[in-house]
Structures are given as structure tokens and as C-alpha cells.
Design a protein around this ligand. Sequence first.
Ligand SMILES: [Fe+2]
Length: 244
Amino acid sequence: MLITLISDPHIAPPGEHPFGVDTRGLFAGALEFQSREKSDLLIITGDLSYRDGDESSYKWIKKQLDDNQTPYRIIGGNHDDSSVLARTFALEDHLHNSIELYYEEKIPGHHLICLDSSVGSLSKLQWSWLEEKLTSERELKKLIFMHHPPTEAAAPYMDKNHAFREIDKFRKLVKKSNCRPAVFCGHYHLEKSLILPEMDVFICPSTFFNLDDKYRDFKVLNNKACYRGVELSEEMLRTSVYYQ
Ligand SMILES: [Fe+2]
């Protein structure tokens, strides 16, 4: 089973190139680039929209994804509107309290848990749901997909200014569940692997811009079509990032 992740495309309106970047071209490039994997499932880990949940950007992404023909899933980021995402991608069944888009899926040997951290935290309802999912069907390896890394990530600018607001709560819940999930996220606009006592966290870089984490301030490292590949088997989980 092969899963590919594309993150933080931040699709701008047609003709608009924020910071001189062709967000549509880079997303389309990443989609084409990852198609060499013959992936079984593609997951977009949030911030589909450049600013704030622009429906026309969502419709454009949906057309690209539908044309690509790899089955895909969507999760929301802090620049998304989960209810507009749900409406555009026909995911209303997974929209909770009209504001949070979260859901699960089971594949042989693995339990995919897709969260909605778009407001930088989780609702009480979503916390209870997550606890239930982490403690059920323990024979399945838990894979969590969420926009925000649920830990600090040795990325000074993002840790200081844009971190998930409930890191301690998340880490305590995961530790208590004792299931050692692999967590896949975006949001930080860089590539990173973090091996923690209670979970492994893998951050997928952005197709819009990536940051250089050697600097404390905002410093762009690259603008490239890129994706993370995740190969799953009974014996191992292998993941790598590729830049075009
Ligand atoms: Fe984000």
C-alpha cells in the first residue's frame, strides 16, 4: 500500500502569484510528479486555499484531483473553511457540528484517522472521538493525518508563531493510549521527521514555499513541486520526501 501526501498548496485566485509564486502550477506539478508512484491513495494535508477557504480554489483543486484519477482524501488547515471544503468535496457526512471535518478509514493492517486542527486546536467532541479511535482495534497500526504538527518541531519561526495550541494535551492522550501512532502533517512549510517517546511525526513540505529552519526568522528555502511518499507493509513503514 502506497500513500502520497501533498501539503499546503495555498491555491491563489487565477492570475494571482503571491510572493511571485505560481501556486497553481506548483500544485499541478506536484500532482503530476507523484503520479510516478502509482499511489493507492493521495492525501492533501491542508491549507488548500491561499487565504481563507476560497470556494473557487477548492473547485479548481477538485478538478485537478478528479482528473488525476488516484483516489484522494482532503483535510483542512488554518487557511481553510471546513464547511466549504465539505460542501465542495461532498464530505458533508464527515462534517461535525457544521465546523469540523474529521473521519476515519480502515485499510488492511492500518487505521487512518484524519483530524481537523484547522482552528489550531480540537473541539471537546473531536478529542473524545480521537480517544475512542486510538483505543479501539489495537491490532491496527494507527496513522493520524492532521494539518498541525502536534509537537514542537525544532523549527523556530513556526514553533514560536504558529504551533498547534494543544500540544501537551495531544501528547498526553497519545501516551495514555499506548498505541504509538505515526502522525503525518503539514503546516510548517518544511520537511521533518520527529521520533518522540510516544509517537513518530512526519511533516510534509509545502508546494507553495518552504522555510529554512536554520533561521529564527521567516526565510524561504525553496519553492518546488514536492510530495511525501509513505509505503506501508506489515513489517515496516517507510517514508521519504521528493522535490522535483
Ligand atoms: Fe497552515
